[in-house]
Design a protein around this ligand. Structure first.
Ligand SMILES: [Zn+2]
Length: 106
């Protein structure tokens, strides 16, 4: 029983490895680099190689994808010339919340 399971596991690993090999034609890129280049990515102000690396990263990283989508929304709003007012006290509350969070982290 154990042998059969082991074989299944090995097959799975081989299959995984093959998938990975196909994708690593593009070098991986760290989150910090992706976040740094995100506005250039949206403005299409990066070279094809970096673009491919970022696109691959977005497929694998939900966090960066969420930041990308959020940033695209903001860019769209600014592009449309829409001005929206932040509710009174919003930024103070946000600052307090951030300060409390930072204090908790320390
Ligand atoms: Zn990421």
């Amino acid at each position: 029983m154990v042998g059969a399971r082991m074989l299944e596991w090995l097959k799975f690993r081989l299959w995984q490895g093959r998938g990975k090999g196909a994708e690593t034609r593009v070098l991986p890129i760290p989150c910090s680099h992706v976040l740094q280049e995100i506005s250039n990515y949206i403005e299409q102000d990066i070279d094809a190689e970096l673009r491919a690396r970022m696109e691959q990263h977005f497929r694998q990283c939900a966090h960066c994808l969420a930041v990308l989508e959020g940033t695209q929304n903001v860019v769209r709003l600014i592009g449309d010339g829409e001005v929206f007012e932040v509710p009174a006290g919003f930024s103070e509350r946000l600052q307090q919340r951030l300060a409390a969070r930072i204090a908790n982290d320390q």
